[in-house]
Ligand binder design. Structure first.
Ligand SMILES: [Zn+2]
Length: 528
């Protein structure tokens, strides 16, 4: 059996055989049954969703010897000729290869002549957006007043490129991308009919790779049939599509949560053996964390198409706190940035995982820890219910250090190597709360505009670099000025008082004050 023609072999021959697009099929069927035909139809949609297939079926509906009918017979000469692509009254044009105005004129010269055998002469112009401006003008004249026996079926992946004048003369039918379940269900029908066994998960994998296009789904199925022996398995399909390591992010995160060192490093080893792209693997991990964060905010925010992610995300969401997701995401992000500098990508990836293992989870179950900054860096001091003597190793590492006071913040800021708006943001901020790896900065409400996502990220990165491990940064906004600013104000006021005192001592001024019975007034202008 020649498997290379599945897409052609299984091309739908009637409206009933079309997969999906029910909304369009109803419009077409109704317009034929009620004899309310438009003279020009525009089929829009991404590649492989069935635009030209639907246009050909529509032509059959119009010209079938038993028609016009919404259910063409598929047996008469007309139906068979349309299926074979040799029907003389269906003129198919690929606009991508015939963009010139001469081509369009030549084509339209024949519009006035009656159809050879059918009731309607159908012009099917594929990729119509590729026509030149002059070609559109030539087409427009015919579209305005087409002969009764002519129907225009235009197809495009990009309707926005069509002139409004053309758009306004067409009945627009938008085809939707096919869902993973629609594609995989159709692939299962095809395989059952072809007597080929399969694993359902393998079809889901193909359907996902098809990205909404049934044609691509069938082409991939062709390849899978050639690639697999008797049964289409997930393992084979993953190898074929290069997605073997795609879902390892789920397993990896699970092992990370369980802190399963026994399994996690052999897994990374096996990823390398499978020639895994570790940059891609980092992206997949970040992507998974992003989905978990979205799910935790609102389960409806995540896409419903990826069944394996859909199954894993709710489970992982329960195991991780929102803060832990953020922490792991930040570790992943900074790890990705460092990957090119690592001796090998695997080493970089392994270090990223090690760092995550060291710093996760944020919420220490039995120990209360506080993070304190020193000139040398950061110290994690522990206040434990366990007597110090029983905590030999750890006790030794934990030095008694002064807690970071808000006063130390300006000194730290000066050492962060910040520039521009980020520096201004840091200067305007002050330390609010600090616990474990979380640092909350306070900012005056009127400086909120400084605190966009990019600046927060830059500041978080600088602090992370300064303390040597990821710090989760958050901001709280206060209506009065931040302490740093208040200190400046205090300084200002002190200077003014001193100056006023100095001036008051001036003998000339004393005379003037007495002469006019006057007082010295402080200007309220801060900069004055
Ligand atoms: Zn027929």
């Amino acid at each position: 059996m020649n498997y290379s023609v599945l897409a052609r072999k299984w091309r739908p021959k009637s409206l009933q055989e079309m997969v999906g697009q029910e909304h369009i099929l109803t419009i077409i069927a109704n317009s034929i049954q009620q004899n309310r035909l438009h003279h020009a139809y525009l089929f829009c949609g991404t590649r492989g969703v069935g635009k030209t297939t639907l246009a050909r079926i529509f032509t059959k509906c119009l010209n079938c010897e038993a028609g016009p009918t919404a259910t063409p017979c598929n047996q008469c000469t007309t139906c068979l000729q349309i299926d074979k692509g040799i029907y003389p009254d269906l003129i198919e044009i690929d606009a991508a290869s015939r963009t010139k105005v001469e081509d369009t004129r030549e084509l339209l010269d024949n519009v006035q002549y009656a159809p050879t055998s059918g009731k309607y002469k159908v012009y099917l112009i594929d990729e119509v957006h590729m026509l030149s401006g002059h070609s559109f003008n030539a087409l427009l004249k015919t579209l305005e007043e087409p002969p009764e026996h002519v129907k225009f079926l235009l197809a495009t992946t990009d309707p926005h490129k069509l002139p409004v004048t053309v758009l306004s003369r067409c009945l627009k039918l938008s085809l939707k991308m096919l869902t993973i379940s629609q594609i995989s269900a159709h692939l299962a029908t095809v395989l059952n009919a072809e007597n080929i066994s399969f694993e359902p998960a393998a079809l889901l994998e193909i359907a996902q790779a098809a990205q909404g296009s049934m044609r691509d789904g069938l082409s991939l199925l062709d390849q899978a049939i050639a690639f697999c022996d008797n049964t289409i398995t997930l393992e084979h399909v993953s190898a074929l599509l290069g997605t073997e390591t795609k879902y390892l992010n789920i397993l990896l995160l699970e092992l990370l949560i369980d802190k399963d060192n026994e399994k996690i490093f052999p897994l990374i080893q096996s990823m390398e053996e499978k020639d895994c792209d570790f940059i891609r693997a980092t992206d997949d991990l970040l992507d998974l964390l992003h989905h978990i964060a979205l799910y935790q905010k609102n389960p409806r925010l995540i896409s419903k198409d990826d069944t394996r992610l859909l199954e894993a995300i709710p489970r992982l969401s329960k195991k991780l706190s929102a803060e832990d997701v953020q922490l792991l995401y930040q570790i992943g992000l900074s790890g990705k940035r460092d990957l090119p500098y690592a001796p090998t990508l695997r080493v970089g990836f392994e270090m990223l995982i090690l760092r995550a293992l060291d710093f996760y989870p944020l919420n220490f179950a039995s120990e209360k820890k506080t993070l304190t900054f020193t000139k040398e860096g950061v110290e994690l001091s522990e206040i434990s219910p366990t007597p110090p003597l029983q905590r030999e190793g750890k006790q030794e590492r934990t030095k008694a250090v002064a807690p970071l006071t808000p006063e130390a913040w300006p000194t730290i800021v000066s050492q962060l190597n910040l520039k521009g708006i980020t520096l201004t943001l840091a200067n305007q901020a002050s330390i609010g709360k600090m616990l474990n790896h979380r640092l909350e900065l306070s900012l005056s409400e009127r400086h909120r505009s400084l605190c966009n996502e990019k600046q927060q990220q830059l500041l978080a990165e600088a602090i992370t670099e300064y303390v040597g491990h990821p710090v989760l940064l958050s901001f709280s906004f206060i209506s009065q000025d931040a302490p740093v600013e208040t200190q400046e104000l205090k300084k200002d006021t002190t200077i003014k008082k001193e100056v006023t005192a100095d001036i008051s001592k001036d003998s000339n001024l004393q005379q003037l004050l007495e002469m006019f019975d006057a007082d010295i007034h402080n200007t309220t202008n801060k900069k004055g």
